[in-house]
Design a protein around this ligand. Sequence first.
Ligand code: SER
Length: 880
Amino acid sequence: MTSDELRKKFLGFFAERDHRIVQPAPLIPSDPTTLFTIAGMQQFVPAFRGEVPPPAPRVATCQKCLRIDDLEQVGRTPRHETFFEMLGNFSFGDYFKREAIAWAWQLVTKDLDIPADRLWITIYPKDDEARAIWRGDINLPDERIVPVEDNWWPTGGGLGPCGPDTEIIYDAGEQLGCAKPDCGPACDCNRWNEVWNLVFQQYNRVEDGSLADLPTQNIDTGMGLERLAMIIQGCSTIFDTDLFRPIMYYIAEMARAADGSFRYGANPQADEAARIISDHARAVTFMAADGVTPSNEGRGYVLRRLIRRSARLGRRLNLPTPFMSRICPVVVRHMGDAYPELTDRQDVVVKFVQAEEHRFDETLEQGSLLLERVIERVKSAGAATIPGETAFELYDTYGFPYELTVEIAAEHGLAVEEQQFLHAMEGQRERARAAAAQSFAYRGTEGYGAAAGTTEFCGYEELTVTATILHLIKDGKEVENARAGDKVEVILDYSPFYAEAGGQVGDTGLLDAEATRARVEDAHHPAEGVHALRVVVEQGELVRGEQVHASVDAERRHAITRAHTATHLLHHALRTVLGPHAVQSGSLVERDRLRFDFAHFAPLTPEEIRQVEDVVNRRVLDLCPVTATLVPMAEARKAGAIALFGEKYGDEVRMVGIGDFSTELCAGTHAPNTGAVGTFKLVAQSSIGAGLRRVEALTGLAALEHVRREEGALARSAELLRAAREDVPTRIETLQRELRDAQRRIESLQSRGAAAVADELVGKAQAVEDARVVAGRTVNLSAEALRNLADVVLERLGGGVVVLGTEADGKVLFVGEVSKDLTERGVHAGRLVGDVAKTAGGGGGGRPDFAQAGGRDPSKLDEALSTVADLVRRQLAGKE
Ligand code: SER
């Protein structure tokens, strides 16, 4: 049975048993605190918890999943992988253990025909109910049912829905066993293959680690498609199944084309590389198709790592770079029917992967050159090891992977001082820690040390409060008071001022008391946990320990808030219009103005710009509610959200949701509903690096103002053109055409005029010995026109000397040309024109055949030209 048939068989089996077939969730969950979809049940967590109704009481899926915990095992064992497909059936308070077990057994042993005597069962030791079902309903002997303490999902005691599970294990034969005395169905060795995991989701693990009952008793099962295919297709590894074969085959072909020697099965090292690359190619294709782009954090970092890891392993097979971007289309071709999003996004996937391969290539190229030099030095010194510090420098400064240094060194029979390298790495970590500590100290420990964590930000709800001054810091030192004219930093116990973070600028406003007035120019976090206001005292004095009335400039804040809510809408719109790869990489949120950076390859077309504006403005018109909720840090940490955002958060993270279409981790201030954004208008776009674009947009009255300015410019243009506004473009087209025609007429008249002038000048030629010499004055001409004229005159003359002079802008310009026969006889245009120009108060020079010069005195122009004949004569005689 092909894997395609297996998918269909599984879903069909459960469809016949009243299950609704639900589409797989994206690999990237909409919940920003979770890195990847790791199981079929993930999209149903809220339904298990009773927070939302399930799509149906019974559901079945084939879910794309990604797990990176086993990365080191991939390719080394027959069955580990990063990307996989999980077949699962789910019950939401509908059927429970009895049906789940009976159906699983029937599907495996009857419909899929796996011999029952190859199968073993593991159960949770205390789950007597499951044991009774396997014994009584299925009729399995006791010795086939093995209690295993680990049979609880999720393993490791994670928060959320959980419960005991029972697993169906396939025995691949004693010859594959590890021969350890306790080797059994729960053993990790290659003999035992977990086929299917049936989880009885009936508990919810809460913060303190205890178990609460879920509102209903549920079923969540998961069967890995690749492992199932391996058993059904009688393969010894998943890489031999039809799921991997086309990819493995393509890699082998590329390797053979490169050096002709590759044969699968001949060299374990090379085979392993091919298996890892085929696994990573699937993961990379699916991730990129779901919108992940390479970066240095979170999901993007995982993608980068998989691409670079593959690129490195490709060397073992001599694969020509870039090659991952060539394998991706093979994955798409092979999986595109089951996952149409792959076909839709193939172009974007290939582009991003290729760009990343190129970036890595550059890193490698630079590092390799340096390493070669090091190797030469080490060898000529007769040493056998490369210093660890050198390996570290390559890594630290050039991003050159350590493993690669080791690999290349080994090719030259050299080792790398590993201890030294590790030591240098540790040193770097120390320095980073020290630098972080120092930057804190630099900003004035005296001032801020005591201030960390003392301010409560109340600016989400309030814009004016009465607060107490906890600290006053002047020039990095704590002071007791600040007087009119002083610039100080103020730390309050309650602050309504938003301190700059996450792209949103800090608030401004006022601090005042009876006779005191101080302007808040900015609010920022000068050190972790410190909430400081930059303040100028205008009147009276601020005294430490005293109360002030603190008020945010509300109009400005509202404008910033509008822009921030619009930023989330824009992110949503870009991903809707351009595709899920258009992920935010940075932003700046100011009053009614925002700048937004995101991953994308090409400039936005006018049509795309219009669509993006439409999506945002429609969401604005829909008055979608904006909500902010705090999510426990533990939940975010569990899923790796910290790595994802690269920023530090407190015990809870703030999740900002708009309608049901946008969720982001965000500390910023937001409008209660999208209607407050007013008008949204994109006003600029640019490129800010490989695969990164920037757009700028306006909101609220600023957007209106922008439209008015543009409208004003159009109105003025219409006025100048004496046309109706809508006729401006056609009017400009007509004018441009007329202008072009007029220019053409002028040019033709000029050349006709020039020809007449040339004739006249040729007619005035004088003979100097046997040479014909023209020295003449023309009407006001540009340098270029004068040169052209000289060309024509010399040509009509059929050889000789031409010197022309003109008056331009109160100065004099000369051009001289000499034909070849005369330059050979000693006439030199450069010297000639230089001498002529002297008479007109200037100078210049040039080549023997061509020269130009300037003069300051137009009144001497004729006199200067009158010297030409004599000068030529002297040159011919060899006197000049
Ligand atoms: N959630 C379980 C697993 O991932 C069964 O689907 O193994």
